[in-house]
Design a protein around this ligand. Structure first.
Ligand code: AHG
Ligand code: MN
Ligand code: MN
Ligand code: MN
Length: 333
């Protein structure tokens, strides 16, 4: 494959169908550069004194890892001065972060999960960064949380970086999903997969099965049928994977199919599960749909959900279309 850099790819996309205004292209490149810096910090591990906890808690009530905070800082510092953004929001910040007055303000809003899969940091398992881009509402003056509360269909770009054996950036601006592998020697993102498509069927599911006693009946029925294998109603054997980094599980599904589930459960019905809508479920749902897959909360399309709070949680069923359709149909019976 001819070597195409992220910049060249974005410029050519901009030229072809102007789906990526220059401002958005430049913003994506800033985020990609920040992910390179995070990848470098992640790769240092114990040598870079980035492991372990920071001794603080985030708005989610989670103990923050040093890399949660380091990654958040890297994204804030990289994006503040560029002039493309009006404000940012993050899993690791309780309130939104308007661009300081000393910098020019742009027309985009950026949300991110700076370090996804934090429980894997200290045990050297793949982790990642997830990001989502919205346009600021017309006529917005001082950015508020309300300006971020737009349904996922309003996203103009979404992506993630997975820090694994390779560092790969996965990106969509609404015209398909493309993947870029980091060439560490040159420090550049190189196009390595074009217009990725998720197989509609699969034999692999991802769920944290230790929560099974808390599941609602439709999830229990769906998983039990797969566990029954060839002799059960599905007539085939299934395999299970659970990495506990959404980015790594989604990346596997993007490449070979599968269904990822983090359902709401009986423990805290009002919380609707663990994953956050604005900077985990929505960007991943846009990517999965752009790759021909499907993403619901068990009842409706994730991208159609009207957000009511910046850190609200949502149940997630995403991946191979025929499987997400099936488990969603069980919720409607
Ligand atoms: P984060 O590290 O950003 O808080 O996200 C962790 C999420 C997600 O990446 C993963 O799929 C899920 O938590 C794992 O949850 P369990 O530890 O309950 O399995
Ligand atoms: Mn977290
Ligand atoms: Mn996360
Ligand atoms: Mn996180």
């Amino acid at each position: 494959m001819k070597r195409v850099s992220l910049t060249q790819f974005l410029v050519e996309q901009q030229r072809q169908n102007n789906s990526i205004p220059a401002e958005l292209r430049l913003l994506i490149e800033v985020v990609a550069r920040a992910c390179k810096t995070i990848s470098h910090a992640v790769g240092k591990g114990a040598l870079g004194e980035v492991l372990g906890t920071a001794g603080s808690e985030n708005v989610q009530g989670e103990v923050q890892k040093k890399l949660d905070i380091i990654s958040n800082e890297i994204l804030l510092e990289a994006n503040e001065w560029g002039g493309h953004l009006a404000a940012m929001a993050s899993e690791e910040m309780e309130t939104i972060h308007p661009i300081p007055n000393r910098y020019p303000r742009g027309e985009y809003l950026l949300m991110f999960d700076p370090l996804d899969g934090s429980s894997n940091i200290d045990v050297n398992v793949s982790i990642g960064t997830i990001f989502s881009v919205l346009k600021a509402p017309e006529g917005m003056s001082t950015p508020t949380e309300q300006d971020f509360l737009q349904p996922g269909t309003k996203q103009v770009a979404a992506g993630y970086a997975v820090y694994g054996p390779q560092t790969v950036l996965v990106l969509t601006t609404g015209n398909g999903v493309n993947c870029f592998t980091l060439d560490r020697e040159m420090g550049s993102w190189v196009l390595t997969q074009s217009n990725v498509q998720i197989p509609a069927d699969t034999k692999e599911f991802a769920i944290n099965a230790s929560n099974s006693r808390h599941w609602y009946p439709p999830v229990t029925r769906y998983v039990d049928e797969m566990l029954a294998g060839k002799t059960g109603p599905r007539g085939k054997d299934f395999n299970m994977r659970w990495i506990a980094s959404m980015v790594a599980d989604v990346h596997r599904i993007l490449n070979r199919g599968g269904i990822f589930m983090y359902p709401a459960d009986l423990r805290e019905p009002e919380k609707a599960g663990k994953l956050r809508l604005m900077y985990e479920a929505n960007p991943m749902a846009m990517i999965v749909e752009q790759a021909g897959g499907m993403a619901t909360n068990g009842k409706e399309r994730i991208l159609d959900i009207q957000p009511t709070a910046l850190h609200q949680r949502v149940a997630v069923f995403l991946g191979s279309r025929n499987e997400v359709e099936l488990v969603t149909s069980y919720h409607k019976e």
